[in-house]
Design a protein around this ligand. Structure first.
Ligand code: PHE
Length: 459
């Protein structure tokens, strides 16, 4: 029997109504600002096409592997991130991994909410006609800077985002927003394809395309690998218990491998297409100087108004686009807030309302320095507060979380049990040897290598 939030009430804990419901919900968490804001930023900062290729390799070999591992652990134990470890290895420090996941979610949400707030602000800006006529590079870059350094504007936007997220979670209508997103996300996909076509047909699109797609392998180093793996985890919502939780609602009859495959595929497509919009547009815009260019955190907000002004009906188009971006961001913020909230409900017996409200207040306060770090307060700007939070929580902590998942699955739970779980719903697990090699060897080694690089770099 299916209830209104797509989770059936067959068992008291609930389960997804169907495999498709899971794929949509997991893609809803995965697709968001990670694909459309963070991916192009990483490409721009890490050498262009060489990053794109490294990213694809990371998704295929590492992201997919960890995603399947999290879903399998979740489905087997049917628990929240702390409960997963308690069930398989009770009364050991392993549950700390679950706790770190909760902390990571809260910290990511604090600055993710700021960027989601920018999307809300831009939606408002478009409605009120801030971008009229042909938008130039200087004007667009300046508009972003003025907006991001205005404390009242960014606070208000952050407040709105955290407020909506708290509202959705406290009312337990997460399923509602997912249903809503299910209708709208295909539309976002179509708009992105349309904008990508427009971008590649701009005069002088080739320079941008070749930056994005023609790799210069001499630019490859371990730093590129580090950011590519971190981007894969961030974009696919891995390493922090979200897919563990979502996996716990998957039916034993469903095929975990193809479900994971679909989520990886849709998430990667959105990121790749966004790059096809951003780079040709950026390089083809008069006034843009690739040599004297410093990548700003607001890259996507500087570029999208330009390409939108170049399509017929740009005003309406831009409005719809930023609205959909906002919805995509909200499905991610909701999935991030659900992690701490369900922990407080399960373990501390708080009411859903109290958990959501207190977590929300804390996240808003924690978001303030990030909100002020794009020019609002010189000290935070100098530190690059938001960038530091993103480095620590969005890259390092996710990699650490994913490493623990690998170790736990391989050495504590054992691969043969995982295969048994995966085989339910997929008796001929064709990718078995590929996955086993990756989870045992490739993924942990790659993660350890990048973490060592980082420690060396810091010391
Ligand atoms: N994956 C989301 C995105 O790409 C962000 C996110 C990260 C959501 C981690 C949940 C957990 O926007």
């Amino acid at each position: 029997m299916e209830t209104k939030n797509g989770i059936s009430s067959a068992s008291s804990r609930g389960a997804w109504g169907s495999k498709i419901a899971f794929i949509f919900a997991a893609s809803g968490s995965a697709i968001g600002l990670g694909n459309m804001w963070r991916f192009p930023l990483n490409v721009a900062k890490n050498g262009g096409a060489v990053f794109v290729i490294t990213y694809l390799v990371a998704v295929f070999f590492i992201g997919f592997t960890i995603m399947l591992a999290e879903m399998t652990l979740g489905r087997h134990t049917q628990k929240n991130p702390v409960g997963v470890f308690e069930t398989i290895k009770p009364r050991t420090p392993w549950k700390l991994v679950g706790f770190t996941a909760i902390v990571t979610c809260v910290c990511i949400l604090s600055y993710y909410g700021v960027v989601a707030g920018w999307a809300a602000g831009y939606f408002f800006k478009i409605i009120t006609g801030s971008f009229k006529g042909d938008v130039t590079w200087e004007a667009s870059a300046e508009t972003f800077l003025q907006f991001a350094k205005n404390p009242m504007a960014v606070f208000l936007c952050l407040f709105v985002i955290v407020g909506i997220t708290v509202f959705v979670i406290s009312k337990g209508v997460k399923g509602g927003i997912e249903k809503f997103a299910k209708l709208l996300m295909p539309l976002l996909f179509i708009l992105i394809i349309f904008l990508a076509v427009r971008a590649v047909t701009l005069p002088a699109a080739e320079t941008g395309l070749s930056f994005y797609l023609k790799p210069d392998f001499s630019k490859f180093d371990i730093e590129v690998l580090f950011f590519a793996v971190g981007q894969a985890f961030f974009s696919m919502s891995l390493g922090m218990g979200i897919l563990l939780t979502y996996g716990s609602y998957i039916s034993k009859r469903d095929n975990l491998v193809s479900s994971a495959g679909w989520v990886c595929f849709s998430d990667t497509m959105v990121a790749l297409l966004t790059g096809i919009i951003i780079f040709p547009t950026l390089f083809a815009t008069p006034g843009f100087d690739p040599k004297g260019f410093e990548v700003s955190t607001g890259l996507m907000f500087q570029v999208f108004p330009i390409i939108i002004s170049k399509v017929p009906g740009g005003f309406v188009f831009g409005m719809i686009f930023f609205f959909l971006l906002l919805v995509a961001a909200l499905t991610s913020t909701v999935s991030l807030l659900e992690v701490p909230v369900s922990y407080f409900i399960d373990e501390k017996k708080w009411s859903r309302k109290k958990a959501a409200l207190l977590a929300g207040i804390f996240i808003f306060l924690l978001g303030i320095p990030s909100a002020l770090s794009e020019g609002g307060v010189p000290l935070f700007t100098k530190w690059g507060f938001m960038g530091k939070m993103d480095l620590i929580f969005g890259n390092i902590m996710l990699a650490v979380g994913a490493l623990f998942i690998c170790i736990f699955l391989v050495y504590i739970w054992k691969v043969k049990n995982a295969i048994k779980e995966i085989s339910q719903g997929n008796p001929r697990f064709k990718l078995g040897p590929f996955w086993v090699f990756n989870i045992k060897v490739l993924a942990p080694l790659a993660i350890i290598a990048i973490l060592i690089f980082l420690i060396k770099d810091i010391l």
